[in-house]
Write a protein that binds this ligand. Structure first.
Ligand SMILES: NC(=O)c1ccc[n+]([C@@H]2O[C@H](COP(=O)([O-])OP(=O)(O)OC[C@H]3O[C@@H](n4cnc5c(N)ncnc54)[C@H](OP(=O)(O)O)[C@@H]3O)[C@@H](O)[C@H]2O)c1
Length: 226
């Protein structure tokens, strides 16, 4: 059955590939990121509406547009938008950069889920829905030089586990580790080593069925794309 799916961070990388794949599979997709439509470098699946996940006004406008397009709330929300710090030991990370990573990766997911949940509680239908937060291998393990990023992805795992205990049935929230995929983010931290990993479109073929498989029984799970 065709699903209505909202995805943040669809201007490139995993978000763009997932949007294209889900649209190919006949699902209705609504995405967005900060890049203006005219500056997009790749085809983006579904609808695209400017969004800065860190800005509550932008989130509000984007969620209004999602509801207008779908005529209801989505069945699946994928909080995918995120940033990584430039490789450096923690004591050399500029304060501003640390704050920027926290804002995008944690506050951004909080605002995305809060917009959905406030609207869901207001709705008469209170339909089943699944919230998915992109975690990482670095949300379950650590490496040097990426402490700000690890901080946020371990935070995502905590946010998901706690939120899962609050969510009423039939809602569910899941933390999804996508695996390692050759995107701009990976190139930033792995350099040329990123070339050894698969591309986002190949990843999306495996990720789409995973994302479509979650149910209320999945609530609180930490999962991975195989
Ligand atoms: N690639 C991997 O191997 C890997 C591994 C583990 C986890 N992940 C996770 O997977 C997700 C996608 O990563 P990726 O590799 O596809 O990264 P990417 O290629 O750098 O893409 C990141 C996306 O997030 C958007 N974004 C960043 N800040 C935003 C903001 N403030 N508001 C709205 N959109 C924003 C970017 O768009 P704009 O710049 O246009 O805003 C872009 O569309 C992230 O959560 C990442 O942590 C990736």
């Amino acid at each position: 059955m065709s699903k209505k799916i909202a995805i943040t961070g669809t201007s490139r990388g995993l978000g763009a590939a997932l949007a294209r794949r889900l649209e190919f599979l006949d699902h209705a997709v609504f995405g967005g990121a900060r890049t203006p439509t005219g500056d997009l470098k790749e085809t983006v699946g579904g609808h695209y509406h400017r969004l800065d996940v860190t800005d509550s006004g932008s989130q509000h406008d984007w969620w209004d547009a999602v509801e207008t397009e779908f005529q209801e709330l989505p069945d699946i929300v994928v909080a995918n938008a995120a940033l990584i710090n430039a490789n450096a030991p923690l004591w050399e990370v500029p304060e501003e950069e640390f704050r920027t990573v926290i804002e995008a990766n944690l506050v951004g997911v909080f605002l995305t889920f809060q917009q959905f949940l406030v609207r869901w509680h207001r709705s008469e239908e209170r339909k089943p829905a699944v919230l998915i937060a992109l975690s990482s291998g670095w949300g379950r393990s650590t490496s040097p030089d990426v402490a700000p990023y690890c901080t946020t992805k371990w935070g995502i795992e905590g946010m998901v586990k706690s939120l899962a205990q609050e969510l009423p049935s039939p809602l569910a929230v899941v933390a999804l580790n996508p695996g390692i995929v050759n995107t701009e983010m990976l190139q930033k931290c792995f350099g040329a080593g990123a070339d050894h990993y698969g591309d986002p479109d190949e990843w999306a073929v495996r990720a789409a069925p995973e994302i479509l498989s979650y149910r209320r029984q999945s609530n609180g799970m930490s999962t991975s794309v195989a």
